[in-house]
Write a protein that binds this ligand. Structure first.
Ligand code: SAH
Length: 552
């Protein structure tokens, strides 16, 4: 899978153009020089940043002089390995210059960006300029058999040779290639495995499917089946397997090693005809690369994720990836909005519906139909949030069996208590507990008893859901219980909207604390008897609970 591009800018004057490019690639992250410009991510050293992105294969759109980009990447360019697209774009959007990554689609990106900025791309690749297409970079669904042979072929065409196409190459319909019935050069679109003849270029369409019955020796059997039938393995579009193998790890690993999608069929799946058989394995030929990707359906995936407290930089990369790959997103509207940027093709199922189990069941229904589904919580999904509800829905006796075949994962996030604690210093530096003060899902008497025990055990405590319009008196009662175990000078931290634009952090004493200081967007930390506070250089206060108790 290709990575989302990185847009790299040096100062605020490039930000407007950067955002216009980001609208084209919603998953792209804008990296800004720290201290100079507020972007999605901050960097300190331009050269290091560019080189790291390049090494990781990330497409780079740098809004600065081409020369700076070239000099920064120069040390990495001597070895010509796989190259991500690298483009320089004038910060006012007036010029788009593809620099590197001709085979990674840099010219295509340059044209897309130029079209969005309403300028023309500075394409310098001669074959592409002349022919309006890059023969060596066919669209997805087609693979070049041999790059070196391809280069010779294109230079022959530039030298005046004419071309004939044998097979289906729909993307070349509107090209300016020098076509002729009796062309001296032939482009073959074929699933056949053979060495190219002189004056021939081979492109393999990904139209073949391997239908497997079992997972034994899969890679070897596929290789043999293709070889015996004279078929190019580069034409393999997907593995097909019976739905009964949906949870089979060996099969999933084999597909990812072969770098092809894995899809599942049932007895009523319409299959294309088999063109070869070998050792229990069939090779099927679909009508087109697109058709090959629609047979059967993928294993559905349900990712239960935590966004973290709010700021994008506190979201884990695994969560960002799950969001980017999602087809359906479920959660409160506020959380779905916090998951932006999202694409228009991603379906948002926003609900203010408090019925967590119902939402969990809906998520399973979507995932069991083969979709990639994300259920969104704030903070961590396992802390007073959706992960437990999802597991409860799955364990229910009436849960359909196909829910169990869904690839279910829980991806952690930074919970409000941890985000608030970090802002204040380290109030949870020793033993602590997390308590929800909401009695919607448990009896109030149990909350009182837990507060009493936690107070007696001298645990620091983090209160989630401390108060709401429907629960106005509970916090006051909770504080009475806490006060029976702690002195009035016990340190209290109030974190409100931590990691969000309205973030506010307060440090008070237990004696000063009143329920009016707290609302449902606040996380309350009550220190233990050991929790301490002291002034910071900037006027605020640090709060921490020492790692050890004084020894008696
Ligand atoms: N799963 C979430 C908690 C959901 S319960 C997590 O792990 O953080 C909702 C409660 O969490 C709120 O009532 C509030 O007490 C707390 N909370 C959530 N996000 C917060 C934030 N950004 N700042 C402060 N408190 C927050």
């Amino acid at each position: 899978m290709t990575l989302s591009p990185a847009i790299v800018i040096l100062g605020p004057s490039a930000l407007a153009t950067a955002r216009r490019i980001q609208a084209l690639y919603p998953q792209a992250v804008i990296h800004g020089l720290s201290g100079r410009v507020e972007a999605d991510a901050a960097y300190d050293d331009f050269g290091d940043t560019l080189r790291n992105l390049y090494r990781s294969g990330t497409p780079i759109i740098a809004l600065c002089a081409a020369g700076i980009v070239i000099r920064s990447l120069a040390p990495l360019l001597t070895s010509k390995g796989a190259e991500p697209p690298v483009l320089a774009v004038a910060e006012d959007g007036s010029a788009v210059v593809p620099l590197l990554g001709g085979l990674g689609g840099v010219n295509r990106m340059a044209r897309e960006i130029a079209a969005a900025l309403q300028v023309s791309a500075a394409i310098t690749t001669s074959g592409e300029l002349r022919f309006g297409t890059c023969l060596l970079d066919p669209p997805s669904g087609y693979v070049l058999a041999d790059i070196d042979q391809g280069k010779r072929f294109v230079s022959d065409l530039l030298g005046g040779e004419s071309l004939r196409i044998d097979g289906e190459a729909p993307w070349l319909d509107r090209s300016k290639l020098p076509m002729a019935e009796d062309g001296g050069r032939t482009l073959h679109i074929t699933t056949e495995q053979r060495a190219a003849q002189a004056h021939e270029l081979l492109i393999h369409p990904r139209t073949l499917l391997a239908l497997v019955d079992s997972t034994d020796d899969l890679a070897a059997r596929i290789a043999q089946a293709f070889e015996q039938a004279g078929l190019a393995q580069k034409s393999l579009a997907a593995l097909l397997a019976p739905a009964a193998l949906m949870t089979d790890r060996t099969l999933a690993n084999a597909a990812s090693e072969l770098n092809v999608p894995l899809r599942f069929i049932t007895s009523d799946t319409a299959l294309p005809t088999a063109i070869a058989q070998h050792d229990g394995l069939q090779v099927l030929r679909a009508e087109s690369p697109d058709a090959a990707q629609t047979i059967g359906r993928p294993r559905g995936r349900l990712s239960v994720i935590g966004l973290g407290p709010g700021a994008a930089e506190h979201m884990t990369p695994a969560v960002r990836r799950a969001l980017d790959e999602a087809q359906d997103l479920l959660g409160y509207e506020t959380y779905v909005r916090m998951a932006e940027p999202l694409r228009n093709d991603q379906v948002r199922h926003c609900s203010d519906n408090r019925e967590e189990l119902q939402r969990a069941r809906h998520a399973f229904e979507l995932a069991a139909s083969g979709r990639r589904v994300v259920v969104i919580s704030s903070g961590d999904p396992g802390v007073f949030a959706m992960a437990a509800a999802v597991l409860e829905a799955l364990e229910e006796a009436q849960a359909p069996t196909d829910w169990h075949a869904v690839e279910l994962e829980v991806l952690p996030g930074v919970s409000a208590a941890l985000a608030t604690a970090a802002k204040a210093g380290a109030p949870l530096g020793h033993d602590f507990c997390l308590i929800s003060l909401s009695d919607n899902l448990k009896p109030w008497a149990m909350i009182e008893s837990r507060l009493d025990h936690a107070g007696a055990a001298d645990l620091a405590m983090a209160f989630y859901n401390p108060i709401s319009k429907a629960r106005p008196w509970q916090l006051g009662r909770a504080l009475e219980i806490v006060r029976s175990h702690r002195t009035p000078d016990t340190v209290v931290v109030l974190g409100r909207d931590i990691g969000r634009p309205a973030e506010a952090l307060r440090v008070v004493s237990l004696g000063e604390l009143t329920p009016e200081m707290v609302d449902m967007r606040t996380l309350v930390i009550i220190g233990s008897s050991q929790t301490r506070r002291f002034p910071r250089g900037d006027g605020g206060e640090w709060v921490y609970t020492p790692r050890s108790y004084p020894q008696a």
